[in-house]
Design a protein. Structure first.
Length: 292
């Protein structure tokens, strides 16, 4: 449990800590200023420490030396941030060049600054940089897709599959059988239709049963993908693998998934084989105000 105290001599009773702690309600305002009356309810988000104008809050999980003052010049401009968003694209053609493990560690560390539901910070990662292991995972993914497509095409099993994954999903899976067979053929010819011969693969996982686990993983993943560009790296989220691994105990065992954990996202990572000279265009999304 966090240990939280408020220095009454430093507190100016601004009420900021009470206001930002609107879910846990750790703080209350007293005659002497703010007081941490429900420390056991703390979510460990650190917003109370970050907002206090006089550093009156002593929080065991957020010592002041580990929570530096925000400098205005540190923040990217709107133009710089927009450029970073536009520059990043999904890449599936990589050089046969290893990604340093130190770089992977730094990317994973960057991912921790993304928000997590109830501040659970439960996302962990499994990394592969052994090309033989990555090839095995690609093979296992295609095999799983073939198996599921076969079940969708079985007239005896199809009704149960519709109940399990929904009628539309089962029908899409059944119709995808020819495309999956082509992927299988390409794999046999030495191509990699899953991870695209990426030199590194990252798989994010969180607690099983965490209904916000996928959201947490995607937040972190996109931060990591944006930052990867600073290392000259390209990336791609691998949906085919994710669709199979979350339904396959066999594949979960193959990646060494710990007990009571659920796979949430997979990323292919490597140095791009090509340089892109132009930024991509995207359609302007629709926006509706106050619909009835």
């Amino acid at each position: 449990m966090a240990q939280i105290t408020v220095d009454p001599k430093a507190c100016v009773a601004c009420g900021g800590c009470v206001d930002v702690c609107l879910s846990a309600h750790v703080f209350e305002m007293t005659e002497d200023g703010a007081s941490a009356v429900r420390q056991d309810a703390c979510w460990a988000c650190g917003q109370c420490v970050a907002i206090c104008p006089t550093d009156a809050i002593d929080h065991s999980l957020f010592p002041l030396e580990d929570t530096p003052i925000v400098e205005t010049g540190q923040l990217p401009s709107k133009e710089a941030l927009t450029a970073a968003f536009r520059f990043r694209r999904s890449v599936r053609t990589f050089l046969p060049k290893p990604v340093p493990r130190e770089t992977v560690r730094e990317l994973v560390s960057i991912g921790r600054w993304a928000p997590t539901a109830t501040n659970n910070q439960a996302l962990e990662w499994i990394a592969f940089d052994d090309r033989a292991r990555i090839a095995e995972l690609s093979r296992a993914t295609v095999d799983g897709m073939l198996r599921f497509a076969g079940l969708a095409g079985n007239p005896f099993i199809r009704p149960f599959l519709r109940i399990a994954i929904g009628r539309d999903s089962a029908e899409r899976l059944r119709k995808a059988r020819p495309a999956i067979e082509k992927m299988d053929a390409r794999l046999g010819d030495g191509a990699d239709p899953i991870f695209h011969h990426a030199p590194a693969v990252l798989i994010g996982h969180s607690q099983k049963g965490n209904i916000f686990g996928r959201d947490d993983a995607i937040y972190a993943t996109y931060n990591m993908m944006l930052f990867a560009e600073r290392f000259g790296l390209a990336s791609c989220q691998i949906g085919f693998f994710q669709a199979v691994v979350e339904r396959s105990t066999r594949l979960q065992q193959a990646i060494g998934l710990p007990d009571r954990r659920a796979p949430q996202v997979a990323i292919a990572l490597g140095y791009p084989r090509h340089t892109f000279r132009r930024l991509p265009q995207r359609r302007e999304p629709g926006l509706t105000w106050n619909p009835r």
